[in-house]
Design a protein around this ligand. Structure first.
Ligand code: ADP
Ligand code: ZN
Ligand code: MG
Length: 481
């Protein structure tokens, strides 16, 4: 146990999914040739006026509602001044003192938050504000390129409270935030496309201390994994500095993914003064309680609510329910299938251990899967009523996955119906016993473990079709007599 404890707060930028950019009618689209989705507004030409994108504001409010935020009935945009090639106007339209959303919270669930067990925790969300994204810079050997296609894309900034204590919690927070945005269709949060970007703030303090330590910010992290690793590294580095009698200073650090370490980018002295002031070209935004309520009514159930419902209604463990609710498409799939079967738990197991694995292997989305929830329910029913064994079901599943057939059709075509007829099984049992006198001897001398061997033999003779419970019963009665 370390005598230090980490304190972590995250600032996450998320692009809002909209048709057009935040203040002009250029398409909000990724992957087009550079500088083809631009106009005088997003290029910052003089004399043009911004027009706010209502869809982006509604989605930001939706994000706030999903995160249990207070939604501002009165808010405004502000100018944040800075001078850099990614910003054609030399200021960014952002929000300063009156963001759309504040005082929310995000539910996280994971391992080791308070020991080794899986646990729940809430992380405070300070605010979500809306701003415009900036251009993307690409650095070449002798020059840099600027792509303004991204300039002006609606961008939310989600600032957390310094409530996280470990790299695992930060990872779980990012997972939960992404999950919420995807559930509500606010953003795809595809990090490879830059739709979700994160700055990390981390300090350490002695366990039990109340006052926070000196905060260090890590920038330019482009995957959850590098965020996790940079946090572990930085916590280790800060402890080492203090243990060696050094002092930490407030600074911004970068992350070398290949070297697996952070490096100094700039110290506090070079901090910006953004000279915020209300954006004079835009009216303040007012939202009525009715408008906010309208947005709320259209939103889906929160992932944590779905998880709890699965535990309650379908008798799942919290962990299984958690896995099934990580993605909305998966939770809908399960929900649709579970309603059709007697034991949803079996349905859950098949999705978690077989379906998700096969989908990942073949890089198929669950929505494109040949096995529909109804078809998987068909397979589960055949297991429930003992038509086939779990083992045979695996072969049936493969056939269904590859060819899209019904479970029943596969079972009929291949003659896989489980043998539950005692006299048929008895024939195999007698055969197995006659073929293996040495093992019979062992069994009768008290080594009852060899029963498993006989079960295996009978299953082999029946080509896997014998009902395993009946096999055990019949074997015992024959061997014990
Ligand atoms: P700044 O003024 O430098 O932007 P803020 O107070 O706005 O700092 O906080 C930015 C982020 O840093 C937030 O996510 C917040 O939770 C986090 N944070 C603030 N203080 C600390 C600290 N001492 N250690 C770790 N994170 C912190
Ligand atoms: Zn434009
Ligand atoms: Mg700040």
């Amino acid at each position: 146990m370390s005598k230090y404890e980490a304190v972590i707060g995250l600032e996450v930028h998320i692009q809002v999914r909209t048709e057009t950019k935040m203040f002009c009618s250029c398409p909000n689209k990724y992957g087009e040739p550079p500088n083809t989705l631009v106009c005088p507004v997003c290029m910052g030409y003089p004399g043009v006026l911004p027009t706010p994108n209502k869809e982006a504001i509604m989605r930001t409010v939706a994000a706030g509602v999903m995160c249990s935020c207070q939604i501002a009935e009165f808010s405004k945009f502000d100018r944040k001044s800075y001078f850099y090639p990614d910003m054609p106007k030399n200021y960014q339209i952002s929000q300063y003192d009156l963001p759309f959303c504040s005082n929310g919270r995000i539910h996280i669930y994971g391992k080791g938050f308070s020991g080794a067990e899986m646990a729940d925790k809430y992380i405070g969300l300070t605010r979500i504000h809306l701003e415009e994204d900036v251009a993307k810079l690409t650095h070449f050997a002798n020059c840099s390129g600027v792509d303004y296609n991204r300039a002006g894309v609606p961008l939310m900034e989600c600032v957390s409270e310094p409530d996280m204590r470990t790299a695992d919690e930060a990872y779980a927070y990012l997972t939960a935030l992404k999950q919420i945005m995807q559930y509500a269709g606010i953003s795809d949060c595809d990090m490879e496309k830059g739709q979700m970007r994160c700055d990390v703030n981390v300090s350490i303090r002695l366990v039990g201390a109340e006052k926070f330590g000196t905060k260090i910010e890590i920038k330019n992290l482009n995957s959850f994994r590098s965020i996790h690793r940079s946090l572990e590294y930085e916590i280790w580095r800060q402890e080492k500095v203090l243990e060696e009698g050094g002092k930490l200073t407030q600074e911004t650090r970068g992350w070398h993914d290949d070297r697996n370490e952070t490096y100094l980018m700039r110290s506090k002295e070079s901090a910006h003064d953004y000279r915020y002031f209300p954006e004079p070209d835009l009216m303040p935004i007012t939202l009525t309680p009715e408008q906010i309520e309208e947005i709320r009514l259209k939103l889906p159930e929160l992932p944590e609510t779905t998880r709890d419902r699965f535990v309650r209604d379908y008798d799942l463990t919290p962990y299984d329910a958690h896995v099934l609710t990580l993605e909305k498409t998966v939770s809908e799939y399960f929900d649709n299938g579970a309603k059709l079967v007697k034991t949803p738990k079996i349905m859950a197991n098949w999705i978690i251990s077989e379906l998700l694995r096969e989908l990942a292997k073949s890089e198929t989305a669950i929505t494109d899967c040949r096995i529909t929830p109804e078809k998987l329910a068909g397979l589960v029913k055949l297991i429930e009523d003992n038509t086939i064994s779990g083992k045979i079901a695996k072969d049936v599943f493969v056939e269904m996955f590859n060819l899209g057939k019904d479970a029943k059709t596969v079972v009929d075509e291949k003659g896989l119906v489980q043998v539950t007829d005692s006299s048929a099984i008895e024939t195999f049992v007698v055969q197995a016993i006659e073929m293996n006198p040495a093992q019979v001897e062992q069994y009768r001398s008290g080594k009852t473990m060899v029963l498993q061997f006989f079960v295996g033999q009978v299953m082999k003779l029946s080509k896997g079709k014998a009902n395993p419970q009946l096999v055990v019963e019949l074997l015992k009665s024959k061997l014990d007599s």
